[in-house]
Design a protein. Structure first.
Length: 137
């Protein structure tokens, strides 16, 4: 799936009828998404991924990350997408609250955890993230 299609899909699901974000603007969806992290202070958020999507070029990858509680609360199919700069080069795609663009680095679980923990700090959240590969989800 192309990244632009993935972005459209996230908002289509986030802007479901009856939700605070249903008016079609991205801001209510972002607010609802960020509010879902309230109350996690001092907790560890378990996050998993299913597949890494390699884009052909070295250090060009993307991965969707899931937390079932956040997904259920927001009605999402996935929680975050992390992509390397190589994937978005020339696309005009900018980071979004759930779309995190990182430098051109190799894929690893410690990288994902570091990126998500930094994301949480930047958003004023005080929780830790633990990432693992999904087992038969």
């Amino acid at each position: 799936m192309e990244l632009k299609d993935k972005i459209a899909q996230w908002y289509q699901v986030a802007n479901k009828p009856g939700s605070a974000a249903a008016e079609g603007s991205r801001e209510p969806a972002h607010k609802e998404f960020l509010n879902a992290f309230a109350g996690l202070e001092g907790k560890t958020l378990d996050v998993y991924y299913k597949d890494i999507v390699r884009q052909g070029a070295k250090k060009a990858w993307s991965v969707d990350l899931y937390n079932d509680d956040i997904n259920r609360q927001c009605g999402l199919s996935w929680t975050w997408t992390i992509v390397t700069r190589k994937v978005v080069e020339g696309s005009g795609i900018a980071p979004l609250p759930w779309l995190i663009v990182v430098g051109n680095c190799s894929f690893s679980i410690p990288i994902l955890e570091s990126v998500l923990n930094e994301w949480a700090k930047e958003k004023g959240c005080r929780f830790n993230v633990k990432v693992k590969k999904a087992q038969n989800r």
